[in-house]
Design a protein around this ligand. Structure first.
Ligand code: ZN
Ligand code: ZN
Length: 371
């Protein structure tokens, strides 16, 4: 891991902490720890956290069994403090808290910090003030550096590449799960993982449930099939949705697809540095509203993506966040007709100097009819 990059990331977060009046940010053994040190292990019952002071070097607290991994893999950390199973974390945590002078500190908490770890902090530091830490990490992570963009672009390419494998199984008689497994196998064959588990493959009326969970439902002629999935490479995620039809699509299905398609591109045309996140949502919504389907567009237009599948900036009404070059987010308008069918088209884009660039292949302008 390039320590210059890590140092830049730490500086951005510490600037945000000074701005927000935060004395310490506690990063969970999750994406924020990875972002700041290159090291991460899944959280378990043993306390592990990166304590980032507003000024000075972060301290990584790890249980003994993770010490060697941390020494090998964590960079940009001032100190690694190790606690033994038979002692518990309390003595080490008390020491670090004293050295950092946290007794009356304002401590920002990574939302992925396990509740048990927060309770431990509150027990050791009962007079500190605790608040959510989203603004602190988002101030840095919201703009992607070159290395991050490379990974998200690559993950998007893997997802695009896997689509043909899913399409090949989109046929009457096959099941949603068979289609999903074919996509997953193709992503894994390229050396990546899944961004958020098994692909969503929603056939027929299931496609009207935006966050449907794939089952063994059999595909039938005339079914709309919505596929939503992503690949993950070195922790960086992609996310895409395509909607197709088994056999011939009715005029209504064709019409709805075309509205969503136009909304998708209207949103992308609205993206450039200096505009608000909500203005991108408004651009997609205007197309769907004009067609009379606004009450069937039941979610925001998109979400930031990076080390988390969903992260700032959220492309939603009310979000005045100004878009900047290097921000990366999904554009995924949809129309869902309950009990009948739904259409969503999702690409991930990155904000460029004068607009945005899609990291996914382009969707076709008319719904794809298979077979
Ligand atoms: Zn998405
Ligand atoms: Zn998605």
């Amino acid at each position: 891991m390039n320590t210059d990059i890590l140092h830049r990331r730490l500086t951005m977060m510490q600037e945000a902490m000074l701005r927000e009046g935060v004395d310490c940010f506690v990063a969970a053994p999750s994406v924020n720890m990875q972002y700041l040190t290159g090291f991460v292990e899944p959280a378990h019952e043993r306390f592990m956290a990166l304590l980032v002071p507003a000024e000075g070097e972060p301290v990584l607290i790890v249980p003994a069994l993770s010490a060697e991994s941390a020494r090998q893999e964590a960079f940009g950390v001032g100190e690694i403090r190790v606690w033994e199973d038979h002692e518990g974390v309390d003595p080490v945590l008390r020491e670090v808290a004293q050295e950092m002078d946290l007794a009356a500190a304002i401590i920002a908490i990574d939302e992925e910090l396990p509740a048990l770890f927060l309770l431990k902090l509150q027990q050791i530091l009962p007079t500190a003030l605790y608040r959510p830490g989203t603004e602190i990490w988002a101030a840095a992570r919201i703009r992607k550096d070159e290395d991050e963009l490379w990974h998200i672009t690559q993950a998007s390419r893997y997802a695009d590449n896997a689509f043909a494998a899913g399409l090949a199984l989109c046929a009457a008689g096959n099941t949603e799960r068979e289609v999903a497994c074919a996509i997953q196998a193709e992503i894994e064959a390229q050396g990546a993982e899944m961004a958020f588990g098994l692909p969503i493959v929603a056939a027929g009326k299931h496609s009207a449930q935006p966050h449907y969970r794939t089952t063994n439902t059999v595909l039938h002629p005339g079914d709309v099939v919505l596929m939503d999935y992503g690949a993950r490479l070195n922790g960086y995620n992609s996310d895409m949705t395509r909607t197709v039809c088994i056999g011939e699509a009715t005029p209504e299905i064709q019409k709805i697809y075309r509205i969503v398609y136009d909304a998708h591109y209207a949103a992308r045309a609205a993206v450039k540095p200096g505009v608000t996140a909500e203005s991108v949502d408004a651009a997609a919504r205007a197309v769907i509203e004009k067609a009379g389907y606004d009450k069937f567009f039941v979610h925001r237009t998109g979400h930031g993506i990076g080390l988390s599948v969903h992260e700032p900036p959220y492309i939603v009404q009310g979000n005045k966040q100004i878009l900047e070059e290097g921000m990366c987010f999904s554009v995924e308008p949809g129309i869902y007709l309950p009990g009948r069918f739904g259409v969503r088209i999702e690409n991930v884009v990155v904000v460029t100097a004068d607009g945005c660039r899609s990291l996914n292949a382009e969707p076709p302008p008319h719904i794809r009819e298979i077979g």
